[in-house]
Design a protein around this ligand. Sequence first.
Ligand SMILES: Nc1ncnc2c1ncn2[C@@H]1O[C@H](COP(=O)(O)OP(=O)(O)OP(=O)(O)O)[C@@H](O)[C@H]1O
Ligand SMILES: [Mg+2]
Length: 321
Amino acid sequence: MSDALLEVNHLKKYFPITAGLFNRTIGHIKAVDDISLSINRGETFGLVGESGSGKSTVGRTILRLHEKTGGQVLFKGIPIHELPKAEMRKLRPKMQLIFQDPYSSLNPRIRIGDAIGEALLDHGLAAKEEIRDLVLEVLEACGLSPYHYNRFPHEFSGGQRQRIGIARALVLNPDFIIADEPVSALDVSIQAQIINLFQQLQQTRGLTYLFISHDLSVVEHLCSRIGVMYLGTMMEMAPRDELFRTPLHPYTKALLSAIPVPIPKLKRERIVLKGDIPSPANPPAGCKFHTRCPYAVEQCKEQVPEFRHVGNDHYVACHLV
Ligand SMILES: Nc1ncnc2c1ncn2[C@@H]1O[C@H](COP(=O)(O)OP(=O)(O)OP(=O)(O)O)[C@@H](O)[C@H]1O
Ligand SMILES: [Mg+2]
């Protein structure tokens, strides 16, 4: 048996585009278009890609915050999109989402301790008198202090707010956390602290992460395997070192070449992609990347490349590899 905590098979999420008086559906935004991946227990899987490539939609559809259009999500072998509402509700605490701006989800008039404890009460996971201790414990685990319990959201810095976001997820004792750009709004030194916190918590609590970022240098430190998305499709997927050492897809190469190098002498050639990411409502035929690919040939315009295994747990969808 595989050790996968999460398995995603051919997942699709299309959003209808409506128009006119009767809101007739005139097309679809193919935000997630046939994505497959699996994440082992205790592993961190990194999902990267430009803005609009569908990363957040993958995350939200995995958690069933969006209903899927097609495919399957298995969490501990359970097809969660098929679960009745009540069963799904019971499972919710086990799968948590942390996002970029936890501040927006905090009520400015509710004290942080109460905000963290709220979810415990909602899910009936603890008795009223137990909540304070559980919250204090999780505050400490997230590098916050007991006196923060009675503070209000506006009294915290950006980094501290992200710790609160993590504490809110953690208090429910999840097995799986999706972190959607959790450090993108923070400056670099704070980013490193929060990434360390994610790592520490993973070790002490055996957590499994799906870590979403548009920035490859952020996932590099944290993730054992990385998937690269473009326009709703997985272009390449490989163990971290393999991906950084031998990227195969031109899109991955372009993303990697955009990471600043610490020693200028080692300067690599920067691959600058032409044009913007096309609309997912009307994606290019053939390889979706061909309109921006510096190496595209005729075949790329006509034929969809297969996402295939090329050895070393490395998968790529490109005609030229
Ligand atoms: N609720 C929605 N209704 C309609 N379209 C949506 C919805 N959510 C996302 N989309 C569209 O789906 C596509 C993918 O969006 P998504 O937010 O998943 O991308 P992303 O990779 O997370 O981008 P970013 O890096 O900017 O967060 C975009 O074209 C977006 O406009
Ligand atoms: Mg997003």
